[in-house]
Design a protein around this ligand. Structure first.
Ligand SMILES: NC(=O)c1ccc[n+]([C@@H]2O[C@H](COP(=O)([O-])OP(=O)(O)OC[C@H]3O[C@@H](n4cnc5c(N)ncnc54)[C@H](OP(=O)(O)O)[C@@H]3O)[C@@H](O)[C@H]2O)c1
Length: 320
């Protein structure tokens, strides 16, 4: 697969979001299956794997997902980029550096590695971003992380952080139905050599066209019960977007999920989406979106048609 740069970190142009193997989309697969799925993604060209310390069933406990990712990538560690995230809760007294380093040490142990390639602050807390940026700079100098990032942030915060320690990547929600980052954030990132890593790029499954108003989500630990675009009324409202994707999927001999990913790869040179799936075949399908190229004419027509569609439901940068 072709590669893109998250500042000086080279990654496959589509990565793998590993969260669903531990949390967020109902029943989780066996550990054995999850490890196989991650290795299979690597065999199909994926070199960016995204996890977080909080990804555990029902967000209870710490590290379920990191443990799986660590086991899966241990033997091929030097060939892959591991991205993980820390959550700073509330106001932290004492040294921010020491607090962040303690979180990082836990992640390193679970991931069975001596460094994390990309270390994100998962959400802004009351800790000023400049202090976090300074601590991240020290961890880079010590060789414990290669680069750092922020998640769910706007340009003002990015700019303040960037002044202290240049960022490798911003991970915000972004898809054909969540376009808040397009106007200022992604262009800022392009200008400052910062990668942009969209999470939930398939809108939690909506843009695959496989979800209908009849789809029953799971009762336990399934974010689709509250993703705004996935209420019955909003699935129906968003049908023109699903139909548009289906039309392009037929035209290009691809799937709708692949078109939605190909669209963002075409649109911005610094975008590296991390679709998530609990299913080995779908993970490969999503990676193969990198082989679906839209011509400039196709992209413009798709973009123009998309701009005519009203989006029903909005999660935005404020939502979890
Ligand atoms: N920074 C943050 O705050 C944050 C927040 C959320 C997520 N993330 C990261 O972003 C990654 C991706 O986000 P996400 O998992 O929420 O959303 P997503 O990738 O937009 O969607 C995942 C959902 O879509 C379905 N799906 C995926 N590919 C499909 C395909 N080709 N055909 C049909 N259905 C498909 C999956 O179902 P199946 O499993 O059944 O295939 C799953 O239910 C996560 O794994 C995580 O690493 C970060």
């Amino acid at each position: 697969m072709k590669t893109r740069m998250l500042r000086d970190i080279e990654v496959s142009e589509i990565g793998m979001g590993c969260m669903g193997l531990s949390h967020g989309y109902g029943k989780i697969p066996s550990e054995e299956y999850s490890i196989e799925a991650i290795r299979n993604a690597y065999d199909h060209g994926c070199t960016l794997f995204d996890t977080a310390e909080v990804y555990s069933p029902n967000l209870a406990g710490i590290g379920h997902n990191e443990l799986i990712v660590g086991k899966a990538l241990k033997d091929i560690r030097e060939h892959v980029v591991i991205a993980t995230k820390l959550m700073l809760r509330g106001f932290s007294v004492g040294s921010i550096y020491k607090t962040i380093r303690k979180h990082l040490e836990g992640s390193l142990e679970r991931l069975q590695t001596d460094h994390v390639d990309l270390y994100y602050l998962h959400r802004m807390s009351s800790v000023p971003v400049e202090k976090v940026a300074d601590a991240m700079g020290r961890l880079i100098d010590e060789g414990l992380i290669r680069g750092w990032g922020l998640s769910q942030v706007d340009v003002d915060v990015i700019d303040r952080a960037q002044q202290v320690t240049p960022l490798a990547a911003i991970q915000n929600i972004y898809s054909m139905v969540e376009r808040d980052s397009e106007e200022r954030i992604i262009p800022y990132c392009v200008e400052h050599n910062i990668g942009f890593v969209p999470f939930s790029p398939i809108a939690s499954g909506l843009l695959s066209g496989k979800i209908t108003t009849k789809t029953q989500f799971e009762k336990n630990d399934d974010v689709r019960n509250w993703v705004p675009q996935l209420s019955r009324a909003n699935i129906a409202g968003n049908q023109p977007i699903i139909d548009l994707l289906q039309q392009y999927a037929e035209l290009k001999g691809a799937t709708s999920a692949q078109i939605s990913l190909a669209w963002m790869l075409h649109k911005f040179p610094n975008v590296v989406p991390i679709p998530g799936s609990k299913n080995k075949e779908r993970i490969v399908e999503n990676l193969n979106a990198a082989k679906v190229t839209l011509t400039d004419k196709e992209f413009s027509a798709l973009e123009a048609a998309l701009n005519q569609c009203k989006v029903y439901g909005h999660r935005g940068l404020g939502g979890f």
